[in-house]
Design a protein around this ligand. Structure first.
Ligand code: IPE
Ligand code: IPE
Ligand code: MG
Length: 247
C-alpha cells in the first residue's frame, strides 16, 4: 500500500522522535562487523531526514548515542565517534542545501574533542536554516536530563530567583534540553525492541509509540509513511472519553 498518498498533510506530527536501533544485528545478519551496520545506519538518517523535511515535519529528534552506550566495547565507541565526525563534515553541505538546521541534546562535554568540535561547527553552520530542525541526542539520557533540570531549578531557588512553589510542569519543561521544542507526538523505534532505553522520558509522556521489527538500516521512506499513517489513525484522548472527542 502507498501510505504516502493516505497521509493527511494537515495532521502531520510536528515533532517525530526516533530510537534508531538494530544496526548491529543488521550487520551480523550479513556476516559483517557491527560498524558496517552503523555506516548503513547513517544512510537511513539521511533518507529519513529528507523524507521528514519533504512531508513538512518541523522537528526530528534522533537517538544517536545514549549515556549507557559508553558501556560498549571501546572499539565500537571509538568507531561511532569517528563516524560522527566523518558524517557531520560531509553532511553540513547537504543540510544547508535542504535548509535543515542541526541541533544536539545531551552532554557533549564527554565526547572526544574532535567529535564535539565537529558537532559545534555543524550547529553553527546550519543555524540559519528554518525548514526543519534535526536534533541528535548524543551522550543523552532522560534521567540525566531530568536530574540536570532539577539541579538548575534548585540553584535558582537558592539564588532567590524563584520560589519552590513556582515550579510547575511548564517551568520544569523549560529547564530541559528541549525547552524550545514541542513534545514529540510520535515515537518510532526500529529493530523490534519495545522499550524507551532512557529516551526523552519527560517529553514522551503523551506520545504515540510505533514499533517496527525492521532494523534501522532497512527502514525506508515508505516505512516512515506507514508509521505516520498509523499515528494519524490513533485516537488521542488525553484522558477524555471517546464520546467527548466527537462533541
Ligand atoms: C543502534 O543500533 C545504534 C546505536 C545504539 C549507536 P545498535 O548498535 O544498538 O544495534 P543492535 O541493537 O545491537 O542490533
Ligand atoms: C538505544 O539503543 C540507544 C540508541 C539508539 C542510541 P540501545 O541499543 O543502546 O538500547 P538497549 O541497550 O537495547 O536498551
Ligand atoms: Mg540496540
Amino acid at each position: 500500500m502507498d501510505f504516502e498518498q493516505l497521509i493527511d498533510k494537515d495532521k502531520l506530527p510536528e515533532h517525530i522522535a526516533i530510537i534508531m536501533d538494530g544496526n548491529g544485528r543488521w550487520a551480523k545478519r550479513k556476516g559483517q562487523p557491527r560498524v558496517m551496520g552503523h555506516r548503513a545506519g547513517v544512510k537511513t538518517v539521511r533518507r529519513i531526514t529528507e523524507a521528514c523535511a519533504k512531508l513538512g515535519v518541523k522537528y526530528l529528534t534522533l537517538y544517536a548515542f545514549s549515556t549507557e552506550n559508553w558501556n560498549r566495547p571501546a572499539f565500537e565507541v571509538n568507531a561511532l565517534m569517528r563516524l560522527l565526525v566523518e558524517t557531520l563534515n560531509k553532511e553540513v553541505k547537504i543540510l544547508n542545501k535542504n535548509n535543515i538546521q542541526l541541533q544536539t541534546i545531551g552532554d557533549l562535554s564527554r565526547l572526544p574533542d574532535r567529535s564535539r568540535k565537529a558537532m559545534e561547527n555543524a550547529i553553527l553552520e546550519t543555524a540559519k536554516n528554518n525548514r526543519m530542525r534535526l536534533t541528535l541526542a548524543l551522550n543523552y539520557s532522560g534521567r540525566w536530563e531530568i536530574a540536570e533540570a532539577a539541579k538548575s531549578l534548585a540553584q535558582k531557588v537558592k539564588d532567590g530567583l524563584i520560589e519552590p512553589q513556582d515550579i510547575d510542569n511548564e517551568m520544569f519543561a523549560s529547564a530541559l534540553t528541549t525547552y524550545d521544542m514541542p513534545d514529540p507526538e510520535l515515537l518510532i523505534r526500529t529493530s523490534g525492541e519495545t522499550r524507551l532505553s532512557n529516551y526523552l522520558l519527560w517529553q514522551l509522556a503523551y506520545a504515540e509509540f510505533y514499533f517496527t521489527p525492521l532494523y534501522w538500516p532497512d527502514f525506508m521512506e515508505k516505512d516512515l509513511h506507514e508509521a505516520i499513517y498509523t499515528y494519524q489513525n490513533r485516537e488521542r484522548r488525553f484522558g477524555k472519553t471517546s464520546e467527548q472527542l466527537d462533541e
